[in-house]
Design a protein around this ligand. Structure first.
Ligand SMILES: O=P(O)(O)OC[C@H]1O[C@@H](O)[C@H](O)[C@@H](O)[C@@H]1O
Length: 297
C-alpha cells in the first residue's frame, strides 16, 4: 500500500527535524534537518540522497543528470543492491529493491538529537517473480554528525537465503586525480576492468583510469582522502566482508545516460558489501545486518 504525502506527514513528521516532500509527484522524500545535519532519503529504493553534517560540504554525491522516475535507479546517493550484486542473467542489475517503493515504519529523534528513520519492505508477487523467497528488509538511517545506514535482512521463509548485497555509496570529492582510499592495502581484489583477474593492492588506492574492483575478505575501515581540501571521510562497517571501489572514468561515463560530462572527476563509490565470493547465508528465521557508519575527520 502506497503511503501518501499526507499520511506520511501526519504519521511520521517530527517537528523541526523531519518532513516529507515529493521529488516528483508520487515519489516521496524524507527531508531531515536538525542542528547536527541535513539529509534526504527517497522512499523509492530507501535511497539516501544526501547527507551534510553541520559545517561541512556535502559528503554524498548525486549526478546533475540523475533521473527521478519510479522504477529507475538514481545515479548517486546510496542505492541498495540486494539480493544480488551486479548483473544476473536477464534480471535487474544489482537486484530489485533499489527501484521498489519502501514503507516508512518509524521516525524519531534519539537522546543525542540524531534523527532515526526506519523503512521496510517484504516479499510480494513482484519480488517472487524475480526471486522466489520470503524476506523482510529494514533500513535504519541514523542522521547526526555521523551517518549510519543499517540494512537488516530477515529470512521469514522456511528455506535458507543466500544473498549478495551492497550499500552502493557515492561520495563527493574535489578531484578524483587527487583522491586516494586508505585501508585496503595488502588485500586482494577482483578487477572487473581486467577480466575479473585477482590482483593485490599495494599501498593506497589511487585513480588513474576506470576502476571497478571488489576487495574481498576485508572488514577494515576505508578512508577517502580528498587531496585538494584535506578532508577525510571514514567508512566503518559491520556485517560486511567486501568493499567495492568504482569510478567509471571519462570513456565509460559517456555511455551512462544519467551522468553529465566530466562528472566522474567529482565522485567515487566506496561500497560496503558482501559481493563476489562473499555471499551471506541466512537460515530460516535468521537475521543479518549490513551497516556502514560514515564520519568526516
Ligand atoms: O549503473 P549501475 O547499475 O548503478 O552500476 C554502476 C556500477 O556499480 C558498481 O558497483 C559496479 O561494480 C559496476 O560494475 C557498475 O557499473
Amino acid at each position: 500500500m502506497t503511503q501518501t504525502l499526507n499520511t506520511l506527514n501526519t504519521n511520521f513528521a517530527v517537528p523541526n527535524a523531519l518532513r516529507f516532500t515529493e521529488a516528483i509527484p508520487g515519489l516521496p522524500v524524507a527531508e531531515i534537518s536538525t542542528s547536527l545535519a541535513t539529509a534526504s532519503v527517497a522512499l523509492h529504493g530507501a535511497h539516501v540522497l544526501s547527507w551534510q553534517p553541520a559545517g561541512q560540504a556535502p559528503v554524498i554525491w548525486v549526478s546533475k543528470a540523475a533521473i527521478f522516475e519510479l522504477g529507475k535507479p538514481v545515479r548517486g546517493g546510496v542505492p541498495l543492491c540486494w539480493p544480488w550484486f551486479g548483473p544476473l542473467a536477464d534480471k535487474p542489475m544489482h537486484g530489485f529493491v533499489r527501484t521498489m517503493v519502501w514503507q516508512v515504519r518509524g521516525a524519531e529523534l534519539d537522546a543525542s538529537g540524531q534523527l532515526v528513520l526506519r523503512l521496510g519492505i517484504s516479499d510480494d508477487a513482484s519480488t517472487r517473480a524475480l526471486w522466489d523467497f520470503a524476506f523482510d528488509l529494514e533500513l535504519v538511517v541514523t542522521v547526526g554528525s555521523t551517518l549510519t545506514i543499517a540494512l537488516t535482512t530477515r529470512n521469514t521463509g522456511a528455506t535458507p537465503l543466500s544473498i549478495n548485497q551492497a550499500l552502493h555509496t557515492y561520495f563527493a570529492t574535489s578531484d578524483i586525480h587527487q583522491t586516494t582510499v586508505q585501508g585496503l592495502a595488502g588485500g586482494s581484489y577482483i578487477n572487473k576492468v581486467q577480466n575479473f583477474a585477482v590482483c593485490q593492492q599495494e599501498g593506497d588506492v589511487v585513480f588513474t583510469g576506470e576502476t571497478d574492483r571488489i576487495y574481498t575478505d576485508t572488514t577494515a575501515d576505508s578512508v577517502i582522502v580528498d587531496g585538494v581540501t584535506g578532508r577525510r571521510i571514514r567508512i566503518t562497517k559491520q556485517g560486511s566482508a567486501s568493499t567495492v571501489v568504482w569510478n567509471p572514468w571519462s570513456e565509460k561515463e559517456k555511455n551512462i545516460v544519467d551522468m553529465a560530462a566530466g562528472e566522474h572527476r567529482q565522485m567515487l563509490c566506496v561500497e560496503t558489501c558482501n559481493a563476489g565470493p562473499d555471499t551471506i547465508s541466512i537460515p530460516a528465521g535468521g537475521v543479518h545486518t549490513l551497516a556502514a557508519t560514515i564520519s568526516v575527520e
